[in-house]
Write a protein that binds this ligand. Structure first.
Ligand SMILES: Nc1ncnc2c1ncn2[C@@H]1O[C@H](COP(=O)(O)OP(=O)(O)O)[C@@H](O)[C@H]1O
Ligand SMILES: [Mg+2]
Length: 271
C-alpha cells in the first residue's frame, strides 16, 4: 500500500517546527530506512502516517485515505506502528492477550485472530512465553512483544521506530528476520534507525533527514556513499563503505557480498 506525503509541515504546540516541507512517496511493498540526527523529525514524520499527529499544513494519503479524514482506529487497519519504547505500547497482563488485542480490535473473526497471533508469536520467537507478563520479561523480549502485537494485525504497512536501539546481537538478528519475512509478504516497511549497518543490510532505499527536511533519498548504496552530506546530519556511512572507499573500489559498497565481488575484481586487475 502506497504512502503519499505532500508539502507536510508540522509544529508542536510549544512552537517548535519539527517538519519543514516534506514531499515524499513510498510505493507499495517498498522497504525504506529513515536515518538522521536526533531531533531531525523522523518520529514526528511517521506519527503522521497513522494519524497520531495531524499536519499543520500539507497532507498525507495512505492508500488514498487522507489521514485528516480517518480516525486513528481506522488507520490502524492499514498501518502498524511499533513504538521506540515498548513501555509506551504494552498494557496487557500476559503476552498472548497483548498480541491478540490488535487483531481482535480490528474485528477479525476469532479463528483468524488465533492464526494471526500464532504466526506473530512464532515469528518473534515468543511461543514459549505466551503466559508471561510482559513486564516480567527482559527489555529485549519486551521489544519482541511490542513487535508481535503489531504484526499480528497483518497491516499492509508496518513502521518500526528505532527497533534495534539497546538490543543485543541475537535480538537484532531476530528483528532482521521479522523484517525479511514481512518483506517476502510484500509489506510496505518503514524503519527509523541509527544502526547504519542494519540499515545497509536490510533496506533498499534510504532517506536521510535533517532539521525537519529530507536531505537525501535514494538507493541505499547511493545515499550511504555520500559521506560528506551524511555528516551534516551526524550519520556515518557503514564501516565497510568507508573501508571500500579507502581501497578505491569502484562502486559504493554497503554489504559484504558487494565488497568481496569488487575486491576480487580489483585484485584480478592488479595481478
Ligand atoms: N512531544 C513533543 N513536544 C514538543 N516538541 C517535540 C515533541 N516531540 C519532539 N519534539 C521536537 O521536535 C523535533 C523533532 O523530534 P523527533 O521527531 O522526535 O526527532 P527524531 O525522531 O528524528 O529524533 C525536535 O526538535 C524535538 O525536540
Ligand atoms: Mg525518534
Amino acid at each position: 500500500m502506497k504512502i503519499e506525503i505532500r508539502d507536510l509541515e508540522f509544529s508542536y504546540p510549544a512552537g517548535i517546527q519539527a517538519l519543514r516541507g516534506i514531499t515524499l512517496t513510498i510505493g507499495s511493498g517498498e522497504q525504506v530506512a529513515i536515518v538522521g540526527q536526533n531531533g531531525a523529525g523522523k518520529t514526528t514524520l511517521v506519527r503522521h502516517f497513522n494519524g497520531l499527529l495531524q499536519p499543520t499544513s500539507g497532507e498525507i494519503q495512505i492508500g488514498g485515505w487522507d489521514t485528516r479524514k480517518y480516525s486513528v482506529a481506522k488507520l490502524a487497519s492499514r498501518i502498524g506502528y511499533v513504538f521506540q519504547n515498548p513501555d509506551e505500547q504494552l498494557f496487557s497482563r500476559d503476552v498472548k492477550t497483548e498480541v491478540a488485542f490488535g487483531p481482535k480490535n480490528l474485528g477479525y473473526p476469532n479463528e483468524q485472530v488465533e492464526i494471526l497471533v500464532h504466526e506473530a508469536l512464532e515469528m518473534t520467537e515468543l511461543s514459549d512465553k505466551t503466559e508471561m507478563n510482559p513486564y516480567d520479561l527482559s527489555p529485549t523480549w519486551r521489544k519482541m512483544v511490542a513487535i508481535a502485537s503489531i504484526i499480528s494485525m497483518d497491516t499492509p504497512i508496518v513502521i518500526f521506530d528505532e527497533p534495534t536501539t539497546g538490543q543485543d546481537a541475537a535480538n537484532i538478528a531476530r528483528i532482521a528476520n521479522v523484517i525479511k519475512v514481512l518483506r517476502e509478504r510484500g509489506k510496505t516497511l518503514i524503519t527509523i534507525t541509527h544502526d547504519i549497518d542494519f540499515c545497509a543490510e536490510n533496506f533498499e532505499r534510504v532517506i536521510a533527514m535533517s532539521q525537519g527536511k529530507i536531505l537525501l533519498d535514494g538507493k541505499a548504496n547511493e545515499v550511504l556513499g555520500q559521506e560528506d552530506r551524511l555528516a551534516t546530519t551526524y550519520v556515518d556511512p557503514p564501516q565497510l563503505t568507508r573501508l571500500a572507499t579507502r581501497l578505491e573500489l569502484n562502486d559504493t559498497i554497503i554489504r559484504e557480498d558487494m565488497f568481496l565481488t569488487e575486491l576480487h575484481k580489483k585484485l584480478t586487475r592488479t595481478l
